[in-house]
Ligand binder design. Sequence first.
Ligand SMILES: *[C@@H]1O[C@H](CO)[C@@H](O)[C@H](O)[C@H]1NC(C)=O
Length: 351
Amino acid sequence: MKKWIVGGIFLVALIGLGTWAAIVMTPPSPKICGTPGGPPITAQRIKLRDGRHLAYEEHGVSRQNATFKIVFIHAFATFRRDTVIANRIMTPGFLEKNGIYVVSYDRPGYGESDPHSSRNEKTLAYDVEQLADQLQLGSKFYVVGYSMGGQAVWGVLKYIPYRLAGATMLCPVVNSWWPSFPDSLTWELWNKQSKTERFSMLLNHYTPWLVYWWNTQKIFKQSAVMQSSPTLFSAQDMALLPKLAARVAYKNQTTQQGNHESLDRDLIVGFGKWGFDPMRIENPFPKGEGSVHLWQGDDDRLVPIQLQRIIPQKLSWIKYHEIPGAGHLFPMADGIAETVLKELLPIPQAS
Ligand SMILES: *[C@@H]1O[C@H](CO)[C@@H](O)[C@H](O)[C@H]1NC(C)=O
């Protein structure tokens, strides 16, 4: 009789605990744009083959009149309106004077693009291709990706290199699990990380189904990126923060569909197990018909420069530009976007 009672209590406790765990681990459904109760659709959008929509915003000259067509891929916790190659950041008229067209789009789950729970570095590449095709950008186009947008640029370099006219990565996020990084170095950097950062990374990589719980729990400290901790900003970054002031007007739209399909998904893809090793990608321009650039500040507090420097060592076809004193926000500094575009595009010397 007693055993039966103890067993019963145990079972009820177990069911209770299981239910609680299921509740805290399960992300709420995203608030899809244009559905009842969801955010409104305000942007121009294309419909992908699988039925998802991608929202986009255009800058510079019209695509019909453009000499250079660029797809811009935004960073973590930002969206299509945060392009760093737009007049808001650059010398007004630079794009127009040089015949440059830029389309910036919301990666899935951000802004007004539908979430994609199975997105990865491959699907992101084909999203870019479908966007380019629906906008009729032609057989070849340029891509520029910033920070977490690097996951899509690597995907494009791997899966659709024949569509590229050129590519630029601005302090792209690196993944310690990429096989070509020397183990000794990744361990050395790993051992310098706080327990919180290490634990977050392990969850992102091995147990993505726990990432929602981890990023919403209040018991333990959150990782620095999820807190937008000031420790991530260098002195130069701090000085550039006022350039982000205009975001106040629209930044709520960034993750309006929910954090899980935007932020969490970025971490899961960025630090997950990849279908390829970026450092084994072949030169997309063996005849020098285009170029691939990687820009990195040497005072970046978010992306470890020691790992970034390995990439151009392994891929001799990448043109590596290291900027002394620059942090993670350097693309916003005066003149940088212009310099970046002049390196990427064969702009006639006169201009
Ligand atoms: C293209 O350029 C021409 C000449 O400057 C201009 O008249 C025309 O409106 C432009 N087309 C578009 C779609 O912007």
